[in-house]
Ligand binder design. Structure first.
Ligand code: ADP
Ligand code: AMP
Length: 220
């Protein structure tokens, strides 16, 4: 099963991706996580990516596309994958389509987690993440069992630098201009499915499973 997750920053893509990845045994590929890991390790890619991420801008397409293509060639992607945060531009969507075509493959679905603007600021400024395993929490909607500690690995959770209010508004503008048009692109390809992302986390997950469970293209 090959899935693209669409939706604005803060929609719940990372949260749902972890559960989908477990349920369907497919790797969760988050370009944001890849960049953050490289930033933490101070690699040349991390140093370049940080310049853009800290301003709320996108990392350049050529860099991002190469990273994703390399990742998708790995053996664990043979039975499918879940892309979270990619594609984010028309050029990235075209590159993904070319990559799939060159291998005789197709996406099963582009799943939009639909959340109106009004919900986003509170979700993003209240988000806390685990720097070790990438788990995502929310101070109000999804707090960890022990205050300030990751449920999965016990590491102290932190606020992402780009989740402060000023950067959030820039990221939402970037989303509106560059990423939202992909919804129509996938709609015109007949691949778009939509889930209401304003419901509780477990309800959203149930609805996603209903959609994916009834997906007819499981053989791709
Ligand atoms: P994205 O990956 O789309 O940027 P996240 O999955 O990190 O978004 O979610 C953003 C924030 O909103 C996190 O703090 C997360 O715990 C919280 N969240 C995710 N889904 C929901 C939901 N359905 N209801 C309330 N809060 C949610
Ligand atoms: P995310 O974790 O998906 O919210 O991504 C965090 C940041 O990483 C984004 O605000 C971008 O700066 C950068 N990023 C992640 N994915 C992409 C992508 N597909 N293209 C360009 N930049 C990206």
């Amino acid at each position: 099963m090959k899935i693209v997750l669409l939706g604005p920053p803060g929609a719940g893509k990372g949260t749902q991706a972890k559960s989908i990845s477990n349920r369907y045994s497919i790797p969760h590929i988050s370009t944001g996580d890849i960049f953050r890991k490289n930033i933490a390790e101070n690699t040349p890619l991390g140093i370049e990516a940080k310049k853009h991420i800290d301003k709320g801008h996108l990392v350049p397409d050529d860099l991002t596309i190469d990273i994703v293509k390399d990742r998708l060639k790995k053996e664990d992607c043979d039975k499918g994958y879940l892309l979270d945060g990619f594609p984010r531009t028309a050029m990235q969507a075209e590159a993904l389509e070319c990559f799939l075509n060159s291998r005789g493959e197709k996406l099963n679905t582009a799943l939009l987690i639909d959340v109106p603007r009004g919900f986003i600021l509170e979700r993003m400024t209240g988000r806390r993440v685990c720097p070790a395993c990438g788990a995502s929490y929310h101070i109000k909607f999804n707090p960890p069992t022990i205050d300030g500690r990751c449920d999965i690995c016990g590491t102290d959770i932190i606020q992402r630098k780009d989740d402060v209010e000023s950067t959030v508004s820039e990221r939402l503008d970037v989303y509106d201009k560059q990423t939202e048009p992909l919804i129509n692109y996938y709609k015109s390809e007949g691949l778009l499915t939509i889930v209401d992302g304003t419901k509780a986390i477990n309800v959203v997950f149930e609805e996603i499973c209903n959609i994916l469970g009834s997906n007819k293209n499981d053989n791709y």
